[in-house]
Structure formats: structure tokens, C-alpha cells
Ligand binder design. Structure first.
Ligand code: AMP
Ligand code: ZN
Ligand code: FE
Ligand code: FE
Length: 291
């Protein structure tokens, strides 16, 4: 397909393999409805969404790029704490090192969930793992699923309230989880033939632009190849700044909605809260790098 400003892409999508609510099949069918010419399913710490999508015939005019969103630990010099999300694109889905690293992260998640439920029960909220499994199906359990069961039980009014009062970072039922060192995440995506990208830089909460620039330069020295410039929660002036940074540091630009289906109902596939748009040429630039 040629260059067309009206045709968009969405390179940040969660499926039922992690904490989204649509299957890869449903996501692929929705893509042309949303006028998307390329998508990537980027589930948290699992390739199951991307692998399932690859087995399905794409609707005509829609291209599929392999994807993942890895929970990484920030390097020691990072000007923030918590989680660093690294997106990977265009890698070999069967790469054994990548698959093995993700198994470690998946096990860390499985070990963490009973501990979150134990803390919730101490707070008077009795939820069993079976309750969550009924909610999630075969996918990997994350905190949004726990939040959804808390809403269904009437323990809280919204998913946000569950995070803000109980399971968000620093709250009484918060349990930290193992994250892969950032350098290793970058190495493994590169080793699998993919492009490692810094997800939603605004969510890192680095308020000083100089600090952010130096942090991204350090990540580039470790192998980072792109920045997720376009993201629904990025304020317009920050988006312009990330575009400038990507050009200055010679990094690729990517963008996506972080679509989670009904777990994040205000965000639509491809269009975010309505006027979000990621141009198709960014996909072509990624493909040029992969070639
Ligand atoms: P987990 O992977 O289990 O640590 O959960 C992280 C996911 O929870 C993120 O990717 C978001 O989708 C979601 N999340 C994190 N914080 C909040 C919040 N305050 N409100 C709603 N969802 C959140
Ligand atoms: Zn998520
Ligand atoms: Fe993320
Ligand atoms: Fe995400």
C-alpha cells in the first residue's frame, strides 16, 4: 500500500493473552473498520497474542508486525523507580532466548497473584484465584483482572479506584514483581531480530527534559532503537518534544493506543479517545530498519 495520510496504524495493542479483552482474531477484524493498515499485538510479557494473530488470515490491506511489551527494571542510573516498559517489534516469534526470558516473567506474575489476593483478603476482600481465572479465561493474569473482579463484587466502583486505593504501586495490596534488567530486555529483542522501543515515555514521570534526554541517550547506547512518540496520554507539547528527541538522537518513532478493550473503555483501537492517529509511514520506516 502506498503512502496515505488517512490510513493509520496501531502498534500498541493488548489481547486476551494478557490484559486486553478482545481475542487476536477480533482485533484483526476490527483493524480495517478503524482504517488501520498495520497493527502489532503487544501483550505484556507473552507472545501468545502475536503468535495467535500470525496464524490467522489478515483482512486485506492490514499488515501484522510481531510485538511484545516487556516489563523491564530500570537501569541503576534511571531518574525514576518502578517499571520500564520496552516494546519489541518485528522479531522472530520462535526465538528461544526471547521465549525463555518471557517464561521467567510469566512465572514471576503467577507467583505474585496469590500474594496480592492474600493481602486483599487481609483487607476484607475475599477473592480466589478461581474467581480471576473465570474472569480471564486462558490468558495471563494481571492486576487489571483483579481490579475487574473487585468491581464485579462491588468492593470498588471502578478499576481506577481499585488501583488508587488497593493494588496500585505503594498501596496496601501492592506486590512488586520481578522485572528483567533493561539491558537484557534490549539485548534479547535485538538478538531475536527485532526493534526495541521505549514505551510511553511520558508515563516515566521524568519531569526534567534534560534528565529524560540523558536517560534515552543511555538506553540508546544499550541498544534502544525507537521511542513511542505517539500515545493517547501524551500531552501535545510532549509529543512534539519526543518527535524532536527522536530526530536529534536518530531513533525511530512509533505510536499506538495501548488498546485494552473494555478494560480501558475510553480508548478505541487506532483512534484512542477519538482524534488519535499514527501515520502509516512510521510502519514503513520500521520495515525499512528490519529489512
Ligand atoms: P501488571 O502488569 O499486573 O503489573 O498491571 C499493569 C497494568 O495495569 C498496566 O499495563 C495498565 O494496563 C494497568 N494499570 C496500571 N495502573 C493503573 C491505574 N492506576 N488504573 C488503571 N489501570 C492501571
Ligand atoms: Zn496492560
Ligand atoms: Fe505499558
Ligand atoms: Fe501496554
Amino acid at each position: 500500500m502506498g503512502y496515505n495520510e488517512h490510513v493509520g496504524i496501531d502498534l500498541h495493542i493488548h489481547s486476551i493473552a494478557s490484559d486486553g479483552t478482545l481475542s487476536p482474531d477480533e482485533i484483526l477484524s476490527l483493524a480495517p473498520v478503524q482504517r488501520l493498515a498495520a497493527i502489532s499485538i503487544t501483550d505484556h510479557d507473552t507472545l501468545e497474542g502475536s503468535k495467535a494473530a500470525q496464524q490467522i488470515d489478515c483482512p486485506s490491506g492490514v499488515k501484522l508486525l510481531s510485538g511484545v511489551e516487556i516489563s523491564a527494571a530500570p537501569p541503576p542510573f534511571a531518574p525514576f523507580s518502578g517499571s520500564l516498559h520496552i516494546l519489541g517489534y518485528g522479531f522472530d516469534l520462535d526465538d528461544s532466548e526471547l521465549n525463555q526470558m518471557l517464561l521467567v516473567l510469566q512465572e514471576a506474575r503467577r507467583n505474585r497473584n496469590p500474594e496480592i489476593l492474600r493481602r486483599l483478603s487481609q483487607l476484607g476482600f475475599d477473592i480466589t484465584l478461581d474467581d480471576i481465572v473465570r474472569e480471564v479465561g486462558d490468558g495471563q493474569i494481571g492486576r487489571p483482572h483483579i481490579a475487574r473482579v473487585m468491581v464485579a463484587r462491588g468492593f470498588v466502583h471502578s478499576i481506577n479506584e481499585a488501583f488508587d486505593r488497593y493494588i496500585g504501586q505503594g498501596k496496601p495490596a501492592y506486590v512488586d514483581k520481578f522485572r528483567i534488567p533493561c539491558r537484557q530486555a534490549l539485548d534479547i529483542v535485538l538478538g531475536a531480530g527485532g526493534i526495541p522501543v521505549l514505551a510511553h515515555p511520558f508515563l516515566l514521570n521524568i519531569s526534567n527534559r534534560n534528565d529524560l534526554e540523558h536517560f534515552i541517550i543511555s538506553l540508546k547506547e544499550m541498544g534502544l532503537e525507537g521511542i513511542e512518540v505517539y500515545y493517547p496520554e501524551h500531552p501535545p507539547e510532549e509529543t512534539r518534544y519526543y518527535e524532536h528527541l527522536a530526530e536529534k538522537l536518530e531513533l525511530l518513532m512509533t505510536g499506538g493506543t495501548d488498546f485494552h478493550g473494555s478494560l480501558k473503555p475510553e480508548i478505541q483501537l487506532g483512534t484512542g479517545s477519538g482524534n488519535f492517529h499514527v501515520p502509516y509511514r512510521l510502519y514503513e520506516q520500521l520495515m525499512a530498519r528490519l529489512a
